[in-house]
Design a protein around this ligand. Structure first.
Ligand SMILES: [Fe+2]
Length: 388
């Protein structure tokens, strides 16, 4: 799915934060070594400072594509350490950014510049940045934030999101760019680095061949879990990463959500993708007997919630589930049909872990013929499993 530009054309430096699957970009003017950084992540401050030093860059700008819900920016810290100026979209309420960006604005670094495209939809203030390097303006680079992702797009169900606006922004502002324009997203969960406008226009499953109304229906039916860090991240990002309670402890991983008591519900496919990407551990909370007789998920950790005989609670659940988290990895709980896994996810959350529930479990609910495996779940989704 990637698009390879000519080898000699100026390229952004792409950096990845595995904790949030966020891409940060450094753009450089070769002649002056002046640079601009897009969407820097707090946890990667040292890495980014080392990169700036290694490349002998003078950081002119830290910029944001929007007020993120999944990570905290290092903009204010970078600005303090390097003397860079902070810029953020005018519609994102980032009061600490000296420069408030509007559609059509340009930011200069040395002889280079990026142009702001206001692309509301993921959030009302979201923007993309277009960079056509001076020496080789084609293909240009577009940094799409969470507006357009590789084979996907940002969600629209919170933070002033609007599916109709997102459709208009993507189809009218991004898909009207030249097909060769290189797409650099703010996230990717499948180790893909870049795409192109032409490829996304032709193949993006959310958008290709979809009407505006079809897109809105599709977006409204996603039912994604609430981002774990949203309550902490958005207010912090509206101060460029400076917390009002600076120095106070960050809420614990797997902070309890009063609404549900666990991190959220995810589809089996999401759990599998997270497991593949090393983002989460799938924890099979069924009994030893069920795994033995019905089948199991290769790579999942077995931590029974209850055990035969008698389905007594597993007395060692707490210890075993802590071990399964390997430090503080997120957990995705899998049971037979998605009921025991909620109880297990709640208990893991009480222990301070981040735990999701896999909807439908391994084989879904019983159907009218008392058969499992037909009404959702891991096996029905066609995900890998084995039988002894
Ligand atoms: Fe976002």
């Amino acid at each position: 799915m990637s698009f390879n530009p000519r080898d000699d054309s100026p390229q952004p430096t792409q950096l990845f934060d595995p904790g949030s699957s966020t891409y940060t970009y450094i753009l450089v003017d070769e002649a002056t070594r002046e640079a601009l950084i897009i969407d820097p992540v707090e946890e990667q401050l040292e890495r980014d400072m080392a990169a700036l030093e290694h490349l002998r860059l003078k950081l002119k700008w830290t910029v944001e594509t929007h007020a993120h819900a999944d990570h905290i920016t290092s903009a204010a810290k970078l600005a303090e350490l390097t003397g860079a100026r902070m810029a953020a979209p005018a519609g994102c309420d980032v009061g600490t950014a000296a420069v408030q960006l509007h559609d059509g604005d340009t930011l200069r670094f040395g002889g280079e510049s990026v142009r702001v495209l206001h692309t509301p939809g993921h959030t009302a203030g979201s923007v993309c940045f277009l960079w056509a390097p001076q020496d080789q303006p084609a293909p240009a680079h577009v940094f799409t934030g969470d507006t357009l992702l590789i084979q996907g797009c940002g969600r629209t169900d919170f933070q002033s999101g609007d599916a109709g606006q997102l459709y208009d922004s993507i189809t009218q502002k991004l898909f009207t760019l030249p097909a060769t324009t290189i797409v650099w997203p703010a996230h990717d969960y499948h180790e893909r680095a870049q795409s192109s406008i032409g490829v996304e226009k032709a193949t993006n499953p959310r958008l290709a061949g979809k009407t505006r109304d079809e897109f809105i229906v599709l977006m409204n039916e996603l039912h994604l879990p609430r981002p774990r860090r949203i309550d902490e991240a958005v207010p912090a990002n509206q101060r460029s990463g400076l917390r009002q309670d600076a120095g106070a402890a960050v809420p614990a991983e797997g902070e309890v959500r009063p609404a549900t008591g666990y991190a959220g519900d995810i589809e089996p496919g999401t759990a599998h993708a997270w497991m593949q990407a090393g983002r989460a551990v799938v924890v099979d909370v069924r009994t030893d007997a069920e795994r033995e007789w019905v089948g199991f998920v290769p790579g999942a950790q077995a931590v029974a919630w209850k055990q035969w005989p008698g389905m007594a609670l597993n007395a060692d659940f707490d210890t075993q589930v802590r071990d399964a988290a390997q430090g503080n990895k997120a957990l995705a709980m899998l049971c037979r049909s998605g009921v025991r896994s909620i109880a297990a996810a709640r208990r893991a959350t009480e222990l301070g872990l981040t735990a999701y529930n896999i909807v439908g479990g391994f084989e879904g609910d019983l159907n009218a013929q008392a058969q499992r495996g037909q009404l959702g779940g891991w096996r029905k989704a066609g995900l890998p499993w084995k039988q002894n």
